[in-house]
Design a protein around this ligand. Sequence first.
Ligand code: DGJ
Length: 741
Amino acid sequence: MSIEVLDKGKFFHLSGPNFSYCIALAKGGYPYHAYFGAKLSNPSPERLVQFMLPPCTPNPDAVDQSYSLDVMSHEYPMQGTSDYRNPAFQIVTGNGGRVLDLLYESHRIIDGKPALEGLPASFASKGDAESLEIVLVDSVSKVKVALLYSIFKDLNVVVRSSRILNTGIDAVLIESALSASIDFDDAEFDFLRLHGTWIRETCRERTPLSHGVQFVESKRGASSNYYNPFMALCRKGSTEETGVVYGFNLVYSGNFIARAEVNHYRFTRAAIGINPYDFSWKLEANEAFQTPEAVLVFSETGLGGMSRSYHDFYRKHLINQAWVNKERPILVNSWEAAYFNVNEELSIQMGKMAKEVGIELFALDDGWFGKRDSDASSLGDWYENKEKFPHGLAYVQEEIAKAGTAFGIWVEPESISPDSDLYRAHPDWIIKVDGRRNSVSRNQYTLDLSKKVVQDFLIETFTRVIRDSKAVYVKWDMNRHMTEIGSIGASADRQKETCHRYMLGVYRLMDTLTKAFPNILFEGCSAGGGRYDPGMLYYMPQFWASDNSDAWERCIIQAGASLVYPASTLSAHVSVVPNHQVGRTTSLETRTAVAIAGVLGYEFNLCNMSSEERALIPIQIDFYKRIRHISREGDLFRLVDPAVQGPFGERSAAWIFVCKDKSEAIFTFVRGICRGNMPPGKIKVQGLDLKANYKIVGTMGAAYSFPTETVPGDELLNEGINLPFHCLMDFSSLVLHLKRV
Ligand code: DGJ
């Protein structure tokens, strides 16, 4: 990794193991995006900076007739410069003006990676990262923009954000301030996004980029399960393991936009940041506004390479280092076991039973507080329900601790039920426009966390709840998106700040509580994977990826999530069959095979276990404990995409996690739908040491007796693993633990 300053301070070359990122200062100081791609040995502005002035195109300088900003490559395009493409930055100045001319003022190089005020952000110690700050200034409004770039040792990652500073005397209104924007001088890309909804999260979709604008966004006040704050621009013909792919991901959990725009010259502008929709920010003199950061990945090894870069980066530089590689408790959650009908007796029984099969923690989900017998009431009344828990939650903790099981609880701090004492006392504490009706969603409103009084109340409340319950695990849920957005009491010119102020409030709350309870494992959740984003992962090392616990559905959901997020962050549970979400019946073996691709847990009433389950679960847990370090810390190679039909019309999924030193691997195959009389097939395996031999040292399938001979790594790559005949059955699976010999 290095940052070189060339051309007398007018050209910056940021480079990592396989990439170069170049910025030039052009035509009086415009930050010109010169290059982002495969590593260059000797980049120079003479070759990389090009100007043109096509016919009928505006140029800002009547004397210099050589260039137009409308076809120039920008680093941080702004409104009002004669560039007709979508800007990254828009403001309104005191006189209503929307014209800007941000030109270079200064730069500095920083050893390490600065933190961002109030926002989750990547971190690195000195020597592990280098950062470049380029300060631009608009000489009329005196608005400054500091563009921050960080690069990290051994990673093909560039992290970008911007900080807006008003050094003028009048307030300005920021209408858009994206985190990153990059201009490419062609459009030979496919646009890949992760779309979804409740119980169908993180579905991949790849479409050719075409003229005009393609984007994914959230307007819901949360990053959401509809679109993840991510896009990839994939070079035509790039595949899972070959070709060039650019990833864009935002470290933010609120409204976002990820956009690709192709203009008349087939130049592509890629940008990501806070969604300008329903956003503005009044910046008084001497105030600053910080954008979230965007994580840009460059891969020459297709989507797989992109994913592995994201996984490594988030594990090393975003997720709490105290938790990232720590063995997480194997838990059983009460939700699918009892939904709202939880009580003391069931909790103690499940807690005790857990220990018998090797489960380490009982998590008490929704239904333990207020009068919460359904989703119709009580969010906000965070006191244990004495009818259900006559001796309190701490008593449950103490009782199950005697059996050796730890205790955890579910909370939903950001929501409030209309039928709650809290709402009756503070009806103005919700996101709402004064004098207007407010929709309910899942019978609840959103608390207005843009207000400090609400944040302080929640800090106090959940400090008490967590401390008194003696929980060592907290599942933090959020089940309602914002509607009719407004903040009662905020001035008219600040109403459009509500969504971002809300996120800053959520982050303050999470920061305070996770620091107050450093030994507690926090798991994020938002009606499943509705806020599975890097902003959340900064505070919470794992996330409940979906309320869909069906094994086959999970193959698709988890494959999508794995494009960006490492397995150590993905919480996955074994639940009962027929499955509650899709009615499908799959074997315990297959359900477990899929769940051990993430952080394993269970989600059913242990008191109703069959004797077969009681016998198998301890064996499977034992197997998981022997192999979980491989997925937690290793490299993932997706081998067969479950969303794509195979040659016979069948559906299958396969993946392999390989230790960094390639000494061990865990291979998984899951058959979705089979077709009649097809061959079992072979799966070619990536990622192994091609010069070494491997031996199967364990499987999760009790029934399958695996070959004992050693197989060369190159044979596993080129010829593949022969699937046994049992893999010809719908929803069958195979898990193999390979070791280098
Ligand atoms: C939605 C979550 O995704 C579920 O796992 C469960 O916690 C429910 N909320 C509880 O209301």
